[in-house]
Design a protein around this ligand. Structure first.
Ligand code: CA
Length: 226
């Protein structure tokens, strides 16, 4: 089980991380909202524990952007902001649970277990576009029941296109969300990777799903969608 912990106060982050690791969870810590958005879109976390007052992008904004980008990972807000107004706001923006600081670590662990149990039965772990399906937990990809083997970068790119199915995805969006801060992904690198996944996803099938949008980028769409 992979957890993304978004917390800018290093002492608190270390404390929570240690408690979660003791329970054998794998924990990735980021300290600002910008990094959190990128990581949450690239990796299929099982849970995001989210502080509200963060540098660069606050937790409420982040929560809203993740849901708008169809990231369905459960979100547990953990914050000193304890007003009813803030709680309602967080839950309305798509958070699944809300715990205020100071908190007992036992309660955080119990809520974490509850949210992870819920996630296991969540059908949205499987993305589907026409006969193409991608399991975000096992990372298995199939088309018409036939298994497709992808490298990790190809998988991340295909997953991103599927999350934005029937929308135009620009090269800038791909650079930001698939390559992240790794390196400058030049346009031709993106084109090369699109060709790789086309060869695996479309080549052996009558109906192509991945389409080039001239001068802008790409779209992965259901046949018949204009
Ligand atoms: Ca904070």
């Amino acid at each position: 089980m992979n957890i993304l912990l978004v917390e800018d106060e290093v002492k608190i982050a270390v404390f929570i991380r240690r408690a979660l690791v003791e329970q054998h969870y794998s924990v990735h810590v980021v300290h600002n909202g910008h990094d959190a958005l990128i990581q949450a879109e690239i990796h299929p976390y099982n849970l995001i524990i989210l502080d509200i007052m963060l540098p660069q992008k606050d937790g409420f904004t982040l929560c809203e952007e993740l849901r708008n980008n169809r990231v369905t990972t459960p979100i547990l807000i953990l914050t000193v902001r304890n007003s009813l107004h803030d709680k309602v706001r967080g839950l309305n923006l798509g958070a699944d649970d809300y715990l205020t600081k100071p908190f007992e670590i036992e309660e955080l662990l119990a809520r974490t277990r509850a949210l992870l149990r819920r996630d296991k039965t969540d059908k949205s772990t499987v993305l589907k576009v026409a006969d193409l399906s991608l399991n975000q937990v096992t990372q298995e990809v199939t088309r018409a029941g036939k298994s497709i083997k992808l490298t990790s970068r190809e998988y991340t790119l295909l997953r991103y296109l599927m999350l934005h199915a029937n929308e135009v995805v620009t090269r800038t969006m791909i650079t930001d969300h698939v390559w992240g801060e790794d390196s400058a992904a030049f346009t031709n690198v993106i084109d090369v990777y699109i060709n790789y996944i086309r060869n695996k996803v479309d080549k052996d099938f009558d109906i192509p799903l991945i389409h080039t949008v001239r001068l802008i980028g790409y779209t992965l769409k259901e046949p018949g969608v204009v």
